[in-house]
Design a protein around this ligand. Structure first.
Ligand SMILES: Cc1cc2nc3c(=O)[nH]c(=O)nc-3n(C[C@H](O)[C@H](O)[C@H](O)COP(=O)(O)O)c2cc1C
Length: 419
């Protein structure tokens, strides 16, 4: 991969972008390593208030819960609103503290998911985007949604034309729609991440995801841009596991690749270490795409995620990130149905939807890329079956410098394989 560079305006970067992984799975530490090594890293603003509480000792979640505690037994969550000032403060803290630590020639972007509608989609997204720009983020990747109005929310911001702004799409049609709706702003995206069906997190496909393949979609997007004479860097993502895989996409015309799964088992990744071991151990059969996410998008995860089936009481007064413009979340309806069917049970199992806020916050939904089952081949394993964690630098450089489809194992550190 090192024969290639990603050009974003005047910036020349190693063509490796570590994708955003919410809720604080792609930590500031991980993003900063990518930047130090000359690539692009992402932090995420998913559940930013709780992340900021954990990292910077604020009390945003507690304060929101105290304000709406009277509502916890009500099904109607429409009054449970985010304080926009607090949301801005949380975003500012996360972004400013990250950017203050940035070293090296690379960049740090933030992943903003439109599906986090937060009971006031436009107002909250505007605050999230504008505050990230205020706080000095290098760029914003618009994710999990079509973002037809997102440029419009920040077109008056002084950094609208200088910050890097990109969008994730999973089809040429989604890109066409985005460009059409945003033509008025007279500003093209600086890059387009084309995410295929093997990615982690939510998928931009239906349950027929297996019928699609990344290379075909990337070729369609490249052809469309060529026909329209649009010079926008295209960044393939999803299932790019080795430097060799990545180089094929760069030779095809990709400007960089976005990768994530290989970094889920690095020390810098925000997952607790014992869960990183679950990722290492997973076999292909242990991974599924299901519909438990209340966002309505299919999501890929390890089948044994403790959050699947867990019938916890909805926690919208504390969190509430998935509440739509009318204060609804699909999990609330599922929970109510099971409560009515099993009045004797305090927390009846709920299988069709999960309380994504609570479980992502507590690392109980183990979302992952399809190729997670190959992670065990990227490191050493001890006699007890535990795997040695990697460093982000090791994985980054393996992508950058490996030849063919080889994967370099890390130096064996005795005692570092978890006991
Ligand atoms: C654990 C995990 C969490 C993710 N969370 C998000 C997210 O919050 N937002 C998003 O846009 N993409 C998310 N993704 C997708 C990645 O950013 C990336 O595009 C994709 O996983 C790349 O494919 P790979 O994992 O096969 O390398 C996530 C991926 C993983 C593995």
């Amino acid at each position: 991969m090192d024969d290639f560079r990603l050009r974003l305006g005047k910036h020349e970067l190693v063509p490796i972008m570590i994708g955003g992984m919410g809720v604080d799975i792609s930590t500031a530490d991980l993003a900063l390593e990518a930047a130090r090594l000359g690539g692009v890293g992402h932090i995420s603003d998913a559940m930013i208030n709780t992340v900021t509480d954990r990292r910077y000792k604020t009390k945003f979640v507690k304060e929101k819960l105290a304000l709406y505690k009277h509502n916890t037994d009500s099904d109607d969550k429409s009054s449970v609103k985010f304080d926009l000032g607090q949301l801005a403060e949380a975003t500012r803290l996360h972004v400013e503290n990250t950017m203050a630590r940035k070293r090296g020639a690379g960049m740090v972007f933030i992943n903003c998911m439109e599906k986090l509608t937060m009971n006031a989609p436009k107002e909250t997204l505007k605050v999230r985007l504008a505050t990230a720009l205020d706080a000095g983020i290098d760029g914003i990747t618009l994710a999990a949604g079509l973002h037809l109005g997102s440029f419009g929310l920040i077109e008056d911001h002084p950094r609208f034309r200088d910050a890097k702004l990109g969008i994730i799409v999973s089809s040429v049609r989604a890109l066409q729609l985005f460009l059409k709706k945003n033509a008025r702003s007279n500003r093209l995206p600086d890059y387009v991440v084309v995410e295929g069906p093997l990615a982690g997190g939510h998928l931009g496909f239906g349950m027929d995801w297996a019928q699609y393949d990344l290379a075909t979609i990337v070729k369609e997007v490249l052809l469309f841009l060529q026909n329209e004479k649009l010079n926008i860097p295209v960044i393939p993502a999803g299932g790019i596991f080795t430097g060799g895989d990545a180089t094929e996409f760069l030779q095809m015309g990709g400007a960089a690749v976005q990768v994530a799964t290989r970094f889920t088992v690095t020390k810098e990744c925000g997952l607790p270490d014992e869960i990183k071991q679950e990722y290492f151990r997973a076999s292909e059969d242990d991974i599924e795409v299901n519909q438990v996410s209340p966002t309505g998008y299919p999501m890929r995860m390890i089948k044994s995620s403790p959050g699947i089936g867990d019938g916890i009481k909805p926690n919208c007064e504390a969190y509430g990130y998935i509440l739509d413009a009318n204060g609804k979340c699909a999990y609330i309806a599922s929970w109510n149905r099971e409560k009515a069917a099993h009045p004797d049970l305090r927390n009846p199992p709920v299988w069709d939807k999960t309380c994504l806020c609570t479980h992502m916050r507590n690392f109980e939904i183990w979302t992952c890329g399809h190729l997670t089952y190959k992670l065990k081949d990227t490191t050493h394993r001890d006699a007890n079956g535990n795997y040695q964690l990697l460093s982000a630098e090791h994985v980054f450089k393996d992508y950058q410098f490996s030849v063919g489809n080889t994967i370099a194992l890390p130096e064996l550190v005795l005692g570092e394989v978890m006991a």
